[in-house]
Structure formats: C-alpha cells, structure tokens
Design a protein around this ligand. Sequence first.
Ligand SMILES: Cc1cc2nc3c(=O)[nH]c(=O)nc-3n(C[C@H](O)[C@H](O)[C@H](O)COP(=O)(O)OP(=O)(O)OC[C@H]3O[C@@H](n4cnc5c(N)ncnc54)[C@H](O)[C@@H]3O)c2cc1C
Length: 305
Amino acid sequence: MHPLRSLILAAAGNDAIRRLVATAPVSRDVVRRFVAGEQTSDAIDVTRELVASGRSVTLDHLGEDVADAEHADQNVRAYLELLDALHAEGLAPKAEVSVKLSALGQKLGERLALANASRVCAAAEQCGTTVTLDMEDHTTTDSTLRVLAELRRSWPSTGAVLQSYLRRTFDDCKSLAGSRVRLVKGAYAEPDSVAFDGHEVDLSYVRCVNALLTGDGYPMFATHDPRLVRIVAERARWYDRKPGTYEYQMLFGVRQEEQRRLAREGETVRVYVPYGSQWYGYLMRRLAERPANTTFFARALVSHS
Ligand SMILES: Cc1cc2nc3c(=O)[nH]c(=O)nc-3n(C[C@H](O)[C@H](O)[C@H](O)COP(=O)(O)OP(=O)(O)OC[C@H]3O[C@@H](n4cnc5c(N)ncnc54)[C@H](O)[C@@H]3O)c2cc1C
C-alpha cells in the first residue's frame, strides 16, 4: 500500500487529527465536493439532479462503528426518513440505499445488525427500492456475508459488495455471481496476509469481472479506473451482456464527465451519494485514494490553522 495512503488511514483513527480536520474552515469546501450535505433534504436535492441527468443513485447515510444500540437505532431511523422522502418525491425507482452494518450495531452483535438491517430492507421494499450492504474491513467480511444471506431469504435483491483486494474474493464472486453484487477494489488498510497490493488488486478485479459476468446475476462495477472501465465494457460485449443487465458505479464528485459519458452511451450509471454529519471517516478514505487531493487539503489546512 502507498505509504501516504497508510498514513492517512492511520490518521483517520486519531482523535486529535479528527478534531483539527472537522473544525477547520477549509474542510467544508473539500467535504462538499464529496458529500451531498448534512440533511435528508440535501440528499434528495442531489438525487433529483443526478436522476434528471440520466443517472441512478445509491445513498449512504454517513455514520459507522456505532458503540451503542441507541446510535444504531438513530441510523435506522435516518434511513427510514430517507426512504420515505425518496418515495414521496417519486425517486425510489432510480435511487436505492447503501448501508454499513457497523452503523447498525454490528460491533454490538450480529443479531442486532441483522434486526436493524431488516427494518431498512422492509422499508425499502415498501418504497419500491433496494438495499446494498457496503463491505467494511476484512474482520467483518464473514459476518456481513452471513447477514446478507439472512436478509436475502426475505429480500433476495439485497446487494452485496466484494473487494478485489482480498485474496478470498474470487471465490466469493463465484458463490455470489447469481445475485446483485457490487465489485470494488477495497478502501481499508489491510494486512498482506489477507490482501493483494498494487497491480495485483487490478488483476484480481479483472478475474472477478469475468466471474460475475459469466453468472446470471446483476453485477455492479464500482470503479473510476479508466483501464478497468474499458475492460468491463470489452468483457460485457464478450459475454453478450446488454446495457441494463449490469451497471457502472462511481462516487459523487469523482469523474463526473465519465459518468455522463457512460450514461449518454446508454449504460446504467449509479452514483454513490453520501450525506449526513458523520463525514470524517468517509472523507479520509477518499483522500487516501488520491494523493493529489490530500496535498491540496493538507496545504489548505496548514494555511488556515
Ligand atoms: C460506488 C462505489 C461504492 C463503493 N463501496 C465500497 C465498499 O462498500 N467497500 C469498500 O471497501 N470500498 C468501496 N468503494 C471504494 C473502492 O473500494 C475504492 O477505494 C475506490 O473506488 C477507488 O478505487 P478505484 O477503483 O476507483 O481505483 P483507483 O486506482 O483508486 O483510481 C483510479 C483512477 O480513478 C480516479 N480517482 C479515484 N479516486 C478518486 C478520487 N477520490 N478523486 C478523484 N479521482 C479519483 C483517478 O483518475 C485514479 O487514477 C466504493 C467505490 C465506489 C465507486
């Protein structure tokens, strides 16, 4: 892993740095580039614009690693409010939600996370949309896949996320290829014992693309990597997959022109839109992905402090 990336991900866990970044005036501008806003209404406004431009959306209410059941419940209620609003605005057919189990109490117990995720899935079904379970660090993978399997008994279209940096993921892709699966490279600092590094992550991504496209499920290719986007397009043609039988996904604020280009070509493009006040961990992962963003941010922080 790039040393700067490890440093930023380590800094993400440091309380003093968290306070400095969260209160620095410059943070607002950087945050706004990647996060829709703090309120449900901000999320709805951004969703409306993206849908009007021909893109689909998945919304993430920010907040992870909750330490008590009350916070987990607050996060569930935020999703219920969001789903109601999507339904009321007629946006549910084009906008689903992404959920992190750690925000629903996974650290307090898998049963609590399952019960809370079930509340979100039930509400999503009523509103005419779906849920995808984000994948977090590798210590949670087995637990997240167990919860996914339980949820799919009642809500079979619940989406999974698999990370190509994990050595195990090719096998997971083969097992889940008949279902809705988002494929990502992976955003957490992981040890070599479980994860590939550098170019190996990309090679693994391509193996997983093939595994998912040969299945009869609905793969969701989440990457901004121009080379991987080209390879997905070529592989989709090879497997005779028509647009709409798979989709591309990218993050809000990243490679917008490419998102529009793919949508113009008739591809389904879904934008991952985070919102809410707990934006710190999310922002740190985005900065860790791109040293250029970090240098700009660090300079601005120093000049303001
Ligand atoms: C829709 C979506 C959902 C995701 N869900 C998860 C999840 O559940 N679990 C998880 O671990 N990870 C998730 N991720 C993050 C993912 O794992 C990667 O960390 C992230 O997508 C960066 O990898 P990349 O494939 O874009 O390739 P990279 O190699 O990081 O980037 C390739 C190129 O894309 C551009 N680019 C990438 N990032 C940025 C940026 N921040 N700003 C500007 N340009 C950029 C640059 O041109 C770069 O050269 C998700 C990503 C997306 C798009």
